[in-house]
Design a protein around this ligand. Structure first.
Ligand code: BGC
Length: 720
């Protein structure tokens, strides 16, 4: 009896030890701290006011518009330098026509790829690296992060943003802002607001309701503001009938009053048309503040600039000295708060951090490249007995990048061909135009395709004929085809998705991101990214379709972009709060690949969901806990996603909404306890009647999922 007892006690001890040694508590968003500038808001305001007492009204006016395209004026006698403002979210855009530019800057994977990592800590490191390059390059204000929501797959700027979900974008953005500003570089949240397509962006009017604004289009800005961002850029488009850059509704009401933004507001470049309205709207800074001589398109816009019109408007009594004073104060205040009157902007000691930045860029690609299809486990390629890997298609020798102001050239480039050669040696055969025989001989066929997206234009969801025929040809001649998609957004894959065995979404992977692609192909790196967007089967399925004016077709030139003679056209956001998976789920339209989806070379099991309480009242938080186990044979990361589902509501709500996630790394056989908090407000919708967030009493499901279409665990709770 005694022996049996000892045996069972021993067994229990062994069980407890083995459980606790394997399990570890992880908590979502633990330790996030907003950025605090060296000089607080109030003190910096006071100092700016003091300085302004020394200036005449004409001198104050010179602060309210930019100079030399990318600069704002300083105040020499008070040691406030003129500031250089530079693009953008994915790295420093070097302007070769300007003096004193950085010799090089790191080309990071594009922001939609960063969003695919779902790694908030990495977002902070990525942004810190960019902030450091700004310091090295004398850049005081970074014109990023961009954060317009992915509403339409055709948007040429989707690559610059963080996908379709406001919760995911918010968590990435807040870490981004803190990362940039921790280096002493000011971050600019852009483009405020509803600039969700680039087709005729200056002559489009986004017609959008307040609920959609609050639930979808404002949260990432709010997160950036709460994280401490010190600048916001308004957008080109009109919002409900007025250009954002001169709209009191947009700036005074939404941005300043409702979101609580206190610092500097600037216009996007050439986007103010009525100086009186702009000055009255809460706008502070007209960028670039002047025209460009000899520019055939811009010369047509006349002189709507704030610096040249302010005195006249004052004399006519249309604006007040108080208005101008506020604008000048807000311009000076950011420099004072950041301590730029006490230290130089430029610090070349950051140049030695470039190798570290390269490593962060590569890590982002490793965690940002999404494996979408892996039929018969064709990948990693060693599974296919790969002695000859045929590589063909586009972007093999030249690295694709998103264009426009966000473009970053990079250095130390490793193109796809070289990355694959380094990883696979002679097994790689690059054949630009393979024959049927070539395809048949190869043990794996890699077909690289994609799109070159850019600011200033949108591009079709459909791939061009040549690309489609290239994929079809490969699929006809081989049953070992892996397609690599290089793009900044979703593209149409439904024509050939079933005919190929593998699909990898590598986005624009930056200067060395193809090294990560090679590692994923060989199995050295286990893919861990998840889509931050839904990819529709056909464009007609998507929430914002159609959006370009009847009879017009997509253009590819800048001429249309600045043509203010075009009539304003409405983009009606009549899908309301149903964007992305919120739309596909409510409308029961199956996308080709759902939001949150991505494959790994290992597998994960979810079990044991528990909640700290079954009922919640205002101000309460429930801790949701579950066990995640790696049940496969290799180390990998799972992104556990928490969605909230309102079981009964007085208004139409999405079937579910993301309200938490955690990226968890696990070795083979390893398990961890994951804990994600849900607040009472996470259950709420924006109530248009009370103009506030409202949680209706009743039952909610908390869904733990591995992607938006794959719910692993469910727990019901009740809101009081
Ligand atoms: C873009 C902004 C950019 C600005 C300055 C504009 O065309 O829309 O995102 O920051 O140019 O380069």
């Amino acid at each position: 009896m005694r022996n049996t007892c000892i045996f069972f006690t021993g067994l229990l001890f062994f069980y407890l030890v083995s459980c606790t040694s394997k399990e570890q508590i992880t908590v979502e968003n633990n330790g996030f701290k907003p950025y605090k500038p060296p000089v607080g808001y109030e003190d910096a305001a006071l100092r700016a006011e003091q300085i302004l007492t020394n200036f005449s009204i004409e001198e104050k006016i010179s602060f309210i518009g930019g100079h030399n395209l990318f600069f704002i004026q300083g105040a020499d006698s008070f040691h406030i330098p003129r500031l250089y403002l530079s693009d953008a979210t994915q790295g420093v855009h070097i302007r070769k026509d300007l003096d004193g530019q950085l010799g090089k800057s790191t080309a990071f994977p594009c922001p939609i790829s960063l969003a695919s990592t779902w790694n908030t800590e990495l977002a902070g490191k990525y942004a810190k690296a960019i902030g450091e390059e700004c310091r090295a390059g004398d850049i005081a204000v970074l014109l990023g992060p961009g954060m317009n929501l992915y509403r339409i797959s055709q948007n040429g700027r989707n690559f610059e943003y963080f996908g379709e979900d406001p919760y995911l974008a918010s968590r990435m953005i807040e870490n981004y802002v803190v990362g940039v500003q921790s280096t002493g570089t000011i971050a600019t949240l852009k483009h405020f607001v509803t600039n969700n397509t680039d087709y005729r962006r200056r002559t489009s009017n986004s017609v959008v309701d307040e609920r959609a604004l609050h639930e979808l289009y404002l949260p990432a800005f709010k997160a950036g503001i709460d994280a401490g961002a010190m600048a916001v850029m308004t957008s080109y488009n009109q919002v409900n009938g007025e250009w954002a850059g001169q709209s009191s509704y947009v700036i005074n009401n939404l941005l300043r009053r409702q979101l609580g933004f206190k610092w500097l507001v600037m216009s996007d470049w050439w986007s103010i048309w009525d100086p009186e309205k702009a000055i009255k709207s809460g706008q502070d800074l007209d960028m670039p503040g002047h025209g460009i001589e000899g520019n055939e398109y811009l010369s047509k816009i006349g002189d709507p600039f704030l610096r040249s019109n302010a005195k006249r408007l004052l004399d006519e009594g249309k604006v007040t000295e108080g208005d101008i004073h506020r604008m000048a104060k807000n311009v000076l205040q950011i420099s004072i708060a950041m301590g730029l009157d006490k230290r130089p902007v430029k610090d070349t000691s950051y140049l030695k951090k470039f190798p570290e930045h390269e490593e962060i860029a590569l890590q982002t690609a490793r965690e940002g490249i999404v494996l979408l299809r892996n039929e018969g486990n064709i990948l990693p390629v060693s599974n296919s007995g790969s002695n000859s890997i045929l590589l063909t298609g586009q972007f093999v020798e030249k690295i694709p990048m998103g264009g426009g102001s966000a473009e970053v050239e990079g250095y130390n480039h490793v193109n796809m061909l070289n990355a694959l050669k380094t990883e696979f040696g002679d097994q790689i055969q690059y054949i630009p135009e393979p024959t049927a025989e070539d395809y048949k001989k190869a043990s794996v066929v890699l077909v690289s395709i994609g799109t070159l997206d850019s600011e200033g234009r949108d591009s079709p969801f459909e791939l061009d004929e040549n690309t489609i025929s290239l994929v079809s040809q490969a699929a006809q001649n081989s049953d070992k085809v892996v397609v690599i998609v290089n793009s900044g957004r979703g593209v149409k894959m439904s024509d050939w998705n079933e005919k190929v065995q593998g699909i990898i979404y590598s986005w624009y992977p930056g200067q060395t991101g193809y090294v990560a692609l090679a590692e994923i192909l060989s199995g050295k790196t286990n893919p861990s990214a998840r889509l931050p967007i839904s990819i529709e089967k056909k464009f007609e399925d998507s929430p914002g379709y159609p959006y370009i004016p009847e009879g017009e077709s997509l253009y590819t030139d800048w001429k249309t972009d600045v043509n203010m003679e075009l009539p304003i056209y409405d983009i009606v956001y009549d899908e309301g709060v149903l964007v992305g998976y919120r739309w596909y789920e409510r409308k029961k339209i199956e996308p080709l690949y759902p939001f949150g989806f991505g494959l790994s070379y290992t597998s994960f099991e979810y079990s044991g969901i528990k909640v700290s309480t079954n009922t919640m009242g205002p101000g309460d938080t429930v801790q949701v806990e579950f066990i995640l186990k790696n049940t496969g044979g290799s180390k990998g990361a799972e992104i556990a996603q928490l969605y909230v589902q309102d079981l009964e509501s007085s208004v139409l709500r999405p079937v579910k909404e993301l309200k938490g996630f955690k990226k968890v790394w696990l070795g083979p056989g390893e398990s961890k306890v994951v804990r994600i908090p849900v607040n009472y407000k996470d259950l709420a919708f924006w109530d248009e009647n009370s103009k506030g967030w409202k949680t209706e009493p009743g039952d909610f499901n908390l869904l733990i999922a591995s992607s938006s279409d794959n719910i692993r665990l469910t727990q019901k709770i009740t809101a009081r």
